[in-house]
Write a protein that binds this ligand. Structure first.
Ligand code: GLP
Length: 234
């Protein structure tokens, strides 16, 4: 893993944007995208750029179960607001959180990922080291799957909902095995809430108890951190 230190999320977004530009110049066609507050400055760079995305495909990591795309807490809504409305793509794929048959939806999504190998994957990280919605204990061999969210994740995400009861208890998420298929992975983390996850990811043992630690085994990962997120690193 290569670690890049930045002053703040704005600078981190710009660094990630420049990495993406290089990959697009080399012919990248499919972007793996993430939600959360972390990648917002990166999306701002994309939106204000003159890059044409109309021949590119995007595949998102995850979506809550039970939220319609029109729900302002759904990840469909987030992606439209922060990127897709301003920058049309050829195709935008997100898991369908309203699918009647969730298992069938995971198979369908795995098929989409196989058809469109991800060239450039953006990741944030949860405070417990989750990536996508792969909570601690998730097998590294999982592809897209249905997830029961941990209480700590529900609590962390409740800041976006009017009450904690409104936070969905389940999600559909690309699995660790799906994420590892990406040719290049750029993970961003800012703030002291992320410091222990960043330490575990980079310096800890590779264990399913710290999902992001598996990135030590991928040969093209760049981690962008501010001083606070890097504060526990040796
Ligand atoms: C959610 C998302 C993750 C994201 C994480 C951290 O759980 N499923 O993809 O990385 O939150 O979010 P934030 O960037 O807001 O800290």
């Amino acid at each position: 893993m290569k670690v890049i230190n930045v002053k703040n999320a704005q600078e981190g977004g710009l660094v990630a944007f420049n990495l993406l530009k290089k990959e697009l110049d080399k012919g990248a066609k499919t972007l793996g995208l993430a939600t959360g507050s972390t990648p917002i400055p990166f999306y701002e760079e994309l939106v204000s750029s003159d890059i044409d995305f109309s021949q590119l495909t995007s595949i998102n990591l995850d979506e809550y179960v039970g939220l319609a795309p029109s729900n302002d807490q759904s990840y469909h809504y987030f992606m439209h607001k922060h990127l897709f409305d301003a920058k049309p793509f050829k195709d935008n794929f997100l898991p369908d959180g309203l699918a009647k048959d969730l298992e069938a939806e995971t198979d369908h999504y795995n098929h989409i990922i196989d058809e469109h190998p991800i060239d450039f994957q953006i990741l944030g990280i949860g405070r417990n080291g989750h990536i996508g919605f792969n909570e601690p204990g998730t097998s590294f061999d999982e592809n897209t799957h249905v997830v029961d969210l941990e209480q700590s994740t529900i609590e962390a995400n409740s800041r976006f909902f009017s009450s904690i009861d409104q936070v969905p208890k389940q999600a559909l998420s690309m699995g660790i095995a799906s994420i590892l298929k990406s040719k290049m992975i750029v993970l961003m983390a800012y703030g002291k809430d992320k410091a222990s996850a960043i330490k575990g990811m980079i310096e800890g043992p590779v264990t399913e108890e710290m999902p992001a630690s598996i990135l030590q085994k991928h040969d093209n990962v760049i981690v962008i951190v501010d001083d606070e997120a890097a504060s526990e690193l040796n």
